[in-house]
Design a protein around this ligand. Structure first.
Ligand SMILES: C[S@@+](CC[C@H](N)C(=O)[O-])C[C@H]1O[C@@H](n2cnc3c(N)ncnc32)[C@H](O)[C@@H]1O
Length: 218
């Protein structure tokens, strides 16, 4: 039987008005993670990170997916309301995991300590193609505005991925076709990471995919 989607009903409250509500992209990511559940449990991950946690739905789901493994799940977001919402979501959806929420850009201030240590890294970035001026705000637009090719936020993180992952680490990324997924796979292959589309779905006008990256030979 599938795992339940975490309870995020509190996101409808006004204080969370600027928080990204779980949508098709979120659910596709949950499905991809659930499809990999056996492998992920076998991997015995100790440090998992979600960048851009929004409602906290994915972080809470990861906790349930990895239960009963003792896991640290760190989530970050630039939107303070999203950090609060994530905190409430993980409290409402308990698991054995220990959760840590940080308001920061990507993994700023944590990255040097996490270097080579992240077993599961997850990012559902702002991927919509928009004018550059719309990216990196701290309001609702930060949830979806991705700038040119919808890649301007993601491209700030990509070069750090190979250094952040542990040798058996995995990186799960949500993309749409306009983000040029094959270019992303090519860019990370230069650093020894092998990437593939593991799940795709059409949602309205968006053609969503989940890319999964692991080190060659891992
Ligand atoms: C598409 S939403 C995904 C939310 C949630 N992970 C989900 O799947 O439903 C993108 C999230 O990334 C956050 N974000 C945007 N730029 C960021 C950055 N540079 N560092 C951390 N979080 C960021 C936004 O505030 C938003 O919560």
């Amino acid at each position: 039987m599938g795992l339940p989607t975490p309870d995020t009903r509190h996101i409808s409250r006004p204080e969370y008005a600027s928080v990204y509500e779980p949508a098709e992209d979120t659910y596709l990511l949950l499905d991809a993670l659930e499809n990999d559940r056996t492998e992920l449990q076998k991997q015995q991950p100790t440090i998992c990170v979600e960048i851009g946690s929004g409602s906290g739905c994915v972080a809470a789901f990861l906790g349930q997916l990895l239960d009963p493994l003792p896991t640290l799940i760190i989530s970050t977001d630039i939107n303070p309301a999203a950090v609060d919402a994530t905190m409430e979501t993980v409290a409402r959806n308990p698991s054995r995991a220990v959760f840590l929420q940080c308001r920061t850009r990507f993994l700023q201030s944590l990255d040097s300590r996490l270097r080579g240590s992240i077993d599961i890294l997850v990012f559902n970035p702002p991927y919509v193609v928009t004018p550059t001026a719309e990216i990196d705000s701290t309001d609702e637009a930060s949830a979806w505005a991705g700038g040119k090719h919808g890649r301007e936020v993601l491209d700030q993180l990509l070069p750090q991925i190979p250094q952040l992952l542990s040798p058996s680490g995995r990186f799960y990324l949500v993309v749409i076709e306009q983000n040029k997924p094959d270019d992303i796979i090519q860019a990370l292959s230069v650093h020894g990471l092998s990437g593939e589309r593991i799940l795709s779905r059409k949602a309205g006008r968006e053609h969503l995919s989940i890319l999964r990256f692991i080190f060659n030979g891992a």
